[in-house]
Design a protein around this ligand. Structure first.
Ligand code: NAD
Length: 337
């Protein structure tokens, strides 16, 4: 069956790693009809809109997108399209797996899936300054919103993810010792739900600062991790660092009605146009997408070829310590398929 996917090549290195990923996915025999759309800076160039209607309409129809990184101007201009897409399609669970691909690095045996709440917490966008006397910006306030509904659905997603992916343990990360209400509610929901999964998924909780340390001391002891928005944002980058950096870190944004898959990294403006970007993270995101639509065998074939190419080490990109171009790396992966 042909799967329809909205393809957003994105900005910077986006178009080149997207081309590479499409070549790899097609070489693995997946039957996909790509609906190419723009967003971010490319959307501004084509439609004068960083989040064009045509792109939103396409995702509404396909309910599935593979997205290259999008440029967000710092401090001025349009707001993050990535955040807007998560809000528009209510993509409440951000799934970020990290795995040791090349053994013998500083850390070994890592296989963690972080599931981050994607719509609430300190990213609700409720912020303002407070005037005191003559100073209109004497204080600033950011409001963290944590709802029982939002906590239940993402923690349920994490437990179900553990069950369906044959994983044994869920670690809930919080700061309920200090943030007794917001983090406290998230933890309470997790503890209650854990009883439903007793005997199937072991449950533990960690305070976020202790978790940050444990991740660099004994990362191999973690399995599935669930946490609120800001903690998840920070810990997922830490985890990407444990397995060799952003070039190998994919992510999925999952909702009830749509899912968008992407690399964790950005547009890499420093290397854009040089043909040396590593397409592995986006290719791994495409594998997550194939898993999601019920094509796990194809996803496994691609992962196996990709990981073997990286372990072999002769044809790897600069970020991984090699000299290969995007095209050479892609050709090497396809040869192994
Ligand atoms: P970045 O991830 O683009 O780059 C950080 C560093 O990692 C750079 O040195 C870059 O060369 C390197 N790098 C990243 N991906 C690589 C790859 N695939 N291969 C080889 N090297 C790679 O982060 P940044 O510089 O902070 O952000 C640049 C732009 O990307 C900004 O406009 C930012 O808003 C945007 N961004 C978008 C997303 C997204 O669309 N999901 C995520 C993060 C940042």
């Amino acid at each position: 069956m042909t799967i329809r996917v909205t393809l957003i090549p994105g900005d910077g290195i986006g178009p080149s790693i997207t081309d590479a990923t499409v070549r790899i996915v097609e070489a693995a025999g997946a039957s996909i009809s790509w609906d190419r759309q723009t967003a971010g800076q490319a959307g501004v160039t084509q439609w004068n809109d960083p989040m064009p209607d045509a792109t939103l309409e396409s995702i509404r129809t396909t309910r599935l997108a593979l997205k290259g990184p999008l440029e967000t101007p710092v401090g001025e201009g349009y707001r993050s399209v990535n955040v807007a897409l998560r809000k528009t399609f209510d993509l409440y669970a951000n799934v970020r797996p990290v795995r040791t691909v090349r053994p013998g690095g500083r850390f070994d045996g890592i296989d963690i899936v972080l599931i981050r709440e994607n719509t609430e917490g300190l990213y609700s966008g409720i912020e303002h300054y407070i005037r005191i006397g003559n100073d209109p910006e004497a204080a600033a306030e950011s409001v963290a919103i944590v709802t029982r509904y939002g906590s239940e659905r993402v923690i349920r997603y994490a437990f179900e993810y553990a069950v369906t992916h044959d994983r044994r343990k869920l670690t809930l990360v919080h700061k309920a010792n200090i943030l007794k209400f917001t983090s406290g509610l998230f933890l309470e929901v997790g503890r209650k739900m854990a009883k439903e999964y007793a005997g199937r998924v072991a449950f533990e909780d960690r305070i976020v600062d202790a978790m940050a340390m444990q991740l660099v001391i004994r990362p191999e002891t973690f399995d599935v991790v669930v946490t609120t928005n800001l903690f998840g944002d920070i810990l997922s980058d830490e985890m990407a660092g444990l397995v060799g950096g952003l070039g190998l870190a994919p992510g999925g944004n999952i909702g009830e009605h749509a899912a968008i898959f992407e690399a964790v990294h950005g547009t890499a403006p420093d290397i854009a146009g040089k043909g040396i970007a590593n397409p592995a993270a986006l290719a791994l995101a495409a594998c997550m997408m194939l898993d999601h639509v019920g094509e796990p065998e194809r996803a496994t074939r691609i992962r196996t070829a990709l990981e073997a190419t990286i372990r072999d080490g002769r044809t790897i990109t600069r970020d991984l310590g090699g000299t290969a171009t995007t095209d050479h790396f892609t050709d090497a992966v396809i040869a192994r398929l």
